[in-house]
Write a protein that binds this ligand. Structure first.
Ligand code: PLP
Length: 394
């Protein structure tokens, strides 16, 4: 059975009524027949039938044994870190999502969990930095906003030889493009706020484990800490997932066209997109991802924050906002928005130049998106473009 068919039919018809859409069980508790005798549900923090469908669907999508739904991507990440104990270490990708950095460094370090950050695009750096205390290796691939790629399979071997777990934040690729468990990861996390939800209308997080035993540990943490996803939001993520493959394929197709167009644009210096053969990690991306995804970043020849601000304030279709993965195209200026709190030197070292602009390429007609970008870029370099120069081939 094809992936698309399997996905659509992994969302069950309601066994009670035949409802083709998953019912939203908006309830706090479940009436019991006798103490401890119930229909599989007792209290809605512990389990909810709507959430249970989402958890089953995401486990199937990621080819894992079990899935769990949380109130946000960060709540999902938090649940995974709670597998550790004081004295344990995390070895994490240096180009990590800012919220994960804040959680690891400013919350968990207080409780005696240390974090080391390395450039995981070279697996040898992981082998060199891993220690007897490393219980968890943490990857994001592709990373935000410079779309660096790490070799999941090679790093899974290094982690397992050391007795460590490998967790992959699969938010940027989504399971439509990349399934880290099939490449050796033990845990996958998602900000379902992005491609899984897909419509910029909710905040949600997911955890999938390779084994049932690890899943039982996450389940215990989910119930004990309580950061569960509400039934209505669970339903919205299920609804988003129904069209995940279609959307992500189209996001990727549009993004590749935008990336190729930017590469030829006279105002642009560098383009970061794993689907381009010029991307430094393209060969790994081509093996572990089925397409490049919907995020493209680029820098301007005039490498100033001012020039970038002119561009991000001039587009009409690309809306200026943080986040990504929705139907509408968004853009942001990491140096003054998402990565503002990182000192300039450290930011430059990780490739986030002053003029770097991140695009979340949406599902509009790509010709309209190119025109929108070109108008904004033309303004930024104060050049006059004719219709022909604007229509740089794609
Ligand atoms: C957005 C994001 C998160 C955090 O998710 P929230 O749903 O905003 O809590 C984690 N990882 C990555 C890669 C993200 O893009």
């Amino acid at each position: 059975m094809s992936k698309a068919t399997k996905l659509i039919h992994s969302i069950p018809v309601d066994p009670l009524t035949g409802s083709i859409s998953v019912p939203i069980y908006q309830t706090s508790t479940f009436v019991q027949d006798a103490p401890g005798e119930n229909k599989g549900y007792d209290y809605a923090r512990s389990n909810n039938p709507t959430r249970a469908v989402l958890e089953k669907v995401i486990a199937e999508l990621e080819e894992g044994a079990a899935g769990y739904a949380f109130a946000s991507g960060l709540a999902a990440i938090d649940a995974v870190v709670k597998l550790l104990q004081s004295g344990d270490e995390i070895l994490a990708v240096d180009d990590i999502y800012g919220g994960a950095f804040r959680l690891f460094t400013h919350i968990y370090q207080k409780f005696g969990i240390n974090v080391n950050y390395v450039d995981t695009t070279d697996a040898r750096n992981v082998a060199a930095a891993i220690t007897a205390r490393t219980k968890l290796v943490w990857l994001e691939t592709p990373t935000n906003p410079t779309l660096k790629i790490s070799d999941i399979e090679a790093i899974a071997k290094i982690a397992h030889d050391n007795g460590s777990l490998l967790c992959v934040d699969n938010t940027f690729a989504s399971p439509a493009l990349q399934q880290p468990i099939l490449l050796g990861a033990d845990i996958v996390v998602h900000s379902a706020t992005k491609y899984l939800g897909g419509h910029s209308d909710l905040i949600a997080g997911l955890v999938v484990t390779k084994t049932k035993a690890l899943g039982d540990e996450i389940k215990f943490i989910q119930n004990a800490s309580g950061a569960i996803l509400a039934p209505h939001d669970s339903w919205l993520v299920i609804r988003g997932i129904e069209t995940l493959h279609l959307r992500v394929a189209e996001h990727s197709r549009n993004a590749l066209i935008v990336a190729r167009y930017l590469q030829k644009h006279p105002a642009v210096a560098n383009v970061y997109y794993p689907g381009l053969s010029t991307h430094p990690n393209h060969s790994i991306a081509a093996v572990q991802q089925s397409a490049g995804g919907g995020v493209v970043s680029f820098t301007l020849k005039e490498d100033t924050a001012e020039a970038a601000k002119n561009v991000v304030c001039s587009t009409k279709l690309f809306k200026l906002a943080e986040s990504l993965g929705g139907v509408k195209s968004l853009l942001c200026h990491p140096a003054t928005m998402t990565h503002k709190s990182i000192p300039a030197e450290k930011r430059h070292a990780s490739g986030v130049a002053d003029s770097l602009i991140r695009l979340s390429v949406g599902l509009e007609d790509v010709a309209d998106l190119l025109e929108d970008i070109d108008k904004a870029l033309t303004g930024s370099v104060k050049l006059k473009y004719t219709k022909e120069t604007a229509a740089i081939a794609y």
